[in-house]
Design a protein around this ligand. Structure first.
Ligand code: NDP
Length: 291
């Protein structure tokens, strides 16, 4: 069997086009959704992400702001920018690019963001709202995974899902979203006993581990849908190459569908960030929310 390749790049383009339509609708009601990204320091990967976020925000017709601070900026300076953005009516979404330099407490900064503008969905209020089934802003990467799963599988209820990884930014919110869609969810992690046997039960596998090619085809139930969140840089001659947490070749030989790396989950993340910003804007202004 050869798996269907879930094309995240194409799907993300569809989502961005939908977001642009929603932006036009919201603008017609007199509001322009605005996203502010705060970048502290010169981490090259973060700088690339922030540039892409800014470009795609503008392409969707939204207002985009970038606030760059030196790596030596104090925690108070970062908190001050967050406070100003919280109070700014032109801004509906605030994203503080992680990781922050070591001398800044990322938890403190995230919890200083107005939860209604927390488009990354990391604020403890949004975590709690998601866990208790209330309206939340949901972390972008797991939201993108959920959209791909729904698009590919339709109704997820009753399906056996295994999420490998229990981080606050991917694993745990992914499990919450699958649970919300009535899947039967197992969260696996580094202490899980006989991980291959656990994964073999799954109709849906979401791998968010950070270990190159850890999940191999013999772990996969025939026909399962595999979502590979991992982004791992491995040496490839002079340069590095990106690989996922799943061994693509062997998994694709058994799975029913699989996301590639790159071109799977990655492109969905920014698309969901834009979607979250429009949602936050609609909620702030009492406008109908996008579906
Ligand atoms: P974390 O390092 O925060 O979490 C990794 C999780 O994997 C932990 O829960 C850990 O378990 C678990 N784990 C580690 N080793 C094993 C193992 N041998 N067997 C089973 N579980 C294991 O990573 P993130 O959640 O932040 O990211 C995961 C991956 O997703 C990374 O490759 C990251 O680059 C990628 N990523 C991709 C994004 C995208 O846009 N596509 C966005 C965010 C992340 P334990 O808790 O027990 O230590």
């Amino acid at each position: 069997m050869t798996a269907t390749i879930i094309d995240g790049k194409a799907f993300a383009a569809t989502i961005r086009a939908r977001v642009a339509e929603e932006v036009a609708r919201v603008k017609a009601a007199g509001v322009t959704p605005g996203l502010a990204v705060v970048l502290v320091g010169e981490d090259p990967a973060s700088a690339v992400y922030v540039r892409n976020k800014g470009r795609q925000t503008l392409e969707a017709g939204m207002h985009s702001e970038e606030h760059r601070l030196d790596a030596t900026a104090s925690e108070a300076e970062v908190l001050d920018i967050v406070a100003r953005l919280n109070a700014d009516p032109a801004i509906h979404g605030i994203l503080v690019q992680l990781p922050l330099p070591d001398h800044i407490d990322a938890g403190l900064v995230i919890d200083a963001i107005d939860p209604d503008k927390d488009v990354d969905g990391f604020h403890i209020s949004n975590v709690g709202r998601l866990a208790t089934g209330q309206k939340a802003l949901v972390p972008c990467t797991p939201l993108g995974c959920l959209m791909m799963l729904r698009d590919h599988l339709g109704d997820l209820s009753g399906r056996e899902a295994v999420v490998i990884g229990r981080s606050n930014i991917v694993g745990k919110p992914m499990a919450q979203l699958l649970l919300r869609d009535s899947a039967t969810v197992t969260i696996a992690h580094s202490r899980t006993a006989d991980l291959p046997a656990v994964v073999r039960r799954a109709d849906i596998v979401v791998a968010a581990v950070g270990r190159p090619k850890m999940v191999t085809g013999d772990w996969i139930k025939p026909g399962a849908t595999v979502i590979d969140v991992g982004i791992n840089r491995v040496p490839n001659g002079e340069k590095n190459r990106l690989v996922g947490d799943c061994d693509f070749e062997s998994c694709a030989a058994v799975a029913g569908a699989i996301t590639p790396v790159p071109g799977g989950v990655g492109p969905m993340t920014i698309a969901c960030l834009l979607a979250n910003t429009v949602t936050a804007c609609c909620r702030a202004h009492g406008l109908p929310e996008p579906e």
